[in-house]
Every structure is written in structure tokens, then in C-alpha cells.
Design a protein around this ligand. Structure first.
Ligand code: ZN
Length: 81
């Protein structure tokens, strides 16, 4: 399963690759978040600005999209352990 080499988080990863398009004063830091189950598969995704096309692509190829740890902010994500 994917994990953050900095803090060891394996539950939630974020993508910095999808744009945040929300016209709010306090936009979310990431356009897309994914929550992973114990097998390392995506359990749920939270779109915070990503459109459905981006979300679908990220779901199909998560290792290309989810590149940041929302817990500590690190981008050192290891996908294959
Ligand atoms: Zn981390």
C-alpha cells in the first residue's frame, strides 16, 4: 500500500496535480483526496475542486496522481513496499 516516508501515514493521500477551482476565499490545499483501505485500494475519494474526469483518472491510476501527504505535507510517497 502507499505510505508517506516522512510520517508513515497510509490512510489518506492527496493530489497536487489536479487544480483547485473553487472560487472561495479559503480554497482547500488539494484538489483531490483519497482514503485507502487496508489493502491499499482506494476506499473513498474527496473531490475538493477536481472535476469528475480528474477524479476518474486518479481512481484508475492512483500512483500517478496521489503524490502528497495531507497529514505532514510531504511529497515523499512510496507506492510499492
Ligand atoms: Zn506524511
Amino acid at each position: 500500500m502507499p505510505h508517506c516516508t516522512n510520517c508513515g501515514n497510509t490512510k489518506t493521500l492527496a493530489s497536487t496535480l489536479v487544480p483547485v477551482n473553487t472560487p472561495t476565499a479559503n480554497p482547500p490545499p488539494y484538489g483531490l483526496l483519497a482514503n485507502f483501505d487496508e489493502d491499499g485500494s482506494i476506499d473513498t475519494m474527496e473531490c475538493q475542486g477536481a472535476d469528475l474526469d480528474d477524479a476518474q483518472k486518479a481512481f484508475e491510476r492512483p500512483e500517478l496522481y496521489f503524490n502528497a501527504c495531507p497529514v505532514c505535507g510531504s511529497c515523499d510517497i512510496l507506492w510499492h513496499v
